[in-house]
Design a binder for this molecule. Structure first.
Ligand code: GLA
Length: 392
């Protein structure tokens, strides 16, 4: 009996250790990271209480179950360094470790923010000269994600003798923090933020970035969101599992766009395989905001296991047709109307590679549309979208 128990124990042990090796070798950000970030809504008004409230709301709203995981503290948490050079959080965050424990207890992960410069964008303490120490501190607190925002490093870059030398200062700084994070042994998603300069998509992955911002800051208005989102055309080849283009965080639910515009935002970000980091007050969402952020069929497009970013297929004036290949040979298709009034879109499925039948499902109506003709005319509201999942 004892030897049988031992045998079962040994088998269990080896199964578990294989599983844990597999978990370790699993790449970080296998699919685009999903979560929430404090900046778009709270700016410098973020504190310990807000983070706990957002973690609670992420669970109670159903967002955690829809796939959102990271609760990311953006700029303005930083306090002073002590005599040994270790960073401390400021009075808004009395105990970062306790906060991380709380967030983890909800089945969520905690993210933080710093800059490779001496100062962050908001003028707080950056990591320059303290990279290894900061990485160790983050790991000791239980941090799972770092957004590393160029800002303050511009001072050093401006002093460089050539643009090439300035670029090298930046790249070295990003490598340095990557190595420091890796040396902690804790899996920490590494998010580069330098606004898409120097074609970051070409080298972001090689410095260890799991995602990199491709643009300047988003704001809660259609023109800015559309400029950024539709401006991502052509970047698809640079994204894939573990390394994603990041057109900035979501503004859904912040109140300055219509629901059609927010549906466009969410659809486009999903087709772009963009990180889905909500940027609204999760504790105060309208049913429409919840329906947009938690549309599981649209989230499934973003998180599809094939890990391919979509791209624009064609445009006819203000009508743009984008598609994203999905696992199993399906295609996500977004038909967008950028005009300031409703328009009839002439969707030509032959341009999407179809020669015969098109079976379509409407991902906002949650409705099978059956077989569509190869040339399909459909009215799209002002700044709105028709989002489909199509198969042959
Ligand atoms: C920059 C970033 C923003 C935000 C702020 C914080 O502008 O692009 O996303 O992090 O800094 O100061």
């Amino acid at each position: 009996m004892i030897s049988r128990l031992r045998l079962i124990g040994a088998v269990l042990f080896s199964v578990l250790s294989v599983a844990s090796v597999a978990a370790q070798s699993q790449i970080l950000a296998q699919t685009p990271p999903m979560g929430w970030n404090s900046w778009n809504h709270f700016h410098d008004k973020v504190d310990d209480a807000v983070i706990r409230q957002m973690a609670d709301a992420m669970v109670s709203s159903g967002m955690r179950d829809a796939g959102y995981r990271y609760i990311n503290i953006d700029d303005t948490w930083e306090g002073q360094r002590d005599a040994q050079g270790f960073i401390h959080s400021n009075a808004k965050f009395p105990d970062m470790k306790a906060l991380a424990d709380y967030v983890h207890s909800k089945g969520l992960k905690l993210g933080i923010y710093s800059s490779p410069g001496a100062k962050t964008c908001a003028g707080y303490e950056g990591s320059l000269g303290h990279e290894a120490q900061d990485a160790k501190t983050y790991a000791a607190w239980g941090i799972d994600y770092l957004k590393y925002d160029l800002c303050g490093l511009r001072t050093e870059m401006k002093g460089a003798p050539s643009p090439e030398a300035a670029r090298n200062i930046m790249i070295d700084a990003y490598v340095k923090m990557h190595d420091a994070l890796e040396a902690t042994g804790r899996p920490i998603v590494y998010s580069l933020c330098q606004y898409g300069e120097n074609s970051v998509w070409e080298w972001g992955a090689s410095v260890g970035g799991n995602l990199w911002r491709t643009t300047g800051d988003i704001s809660d208005n259609y023109t800015r969101m559309a400029d950024i989102g539709f401006g991502q055309a052509g970047l698809a080849p640079f994204a894939g599992p573990g390394h994603w283009n990041d057109p900035d965080m979501l503004e859904v639910g912040n109140g300055k766009m219509s629901d059609d515009e927010y549906r466009t935002h969410m659809s486009l970000w999903a087709i772009l395989a963009a990180p889905l980091l909500a940027g609204n007050d999760l504790s105060n969402m309208t049913p429409d905001t919840e329906a947009i952020l938690m549309n599981k069929e649209v989230i499934a497009v973003d998180q599809d296991s094939l890990g391919k970013e979509g791209d624009r297929v064609y445009a006819e004036g203000p009508i743009e047709v984008w598609s994203k290949p999905l696992s199993g040979g399906a295609l996500a298709v977004g038909v967008f109307n950028r005009h300031q009034s409703a328009l009839t879109a002439h969707v030509d499925f032959r341009k999407l590679g179809f020669t015969n039948k098109v079976q379509a499902r409407d991902l906002w109506e949650h409705k099978d549309l059956g077989a569509l003709p190869l040339k399909y005319d459909v009215e799209i509201p002002k700044h709105g979208v028709l989002m489909l999942r199509v198969t042959r």
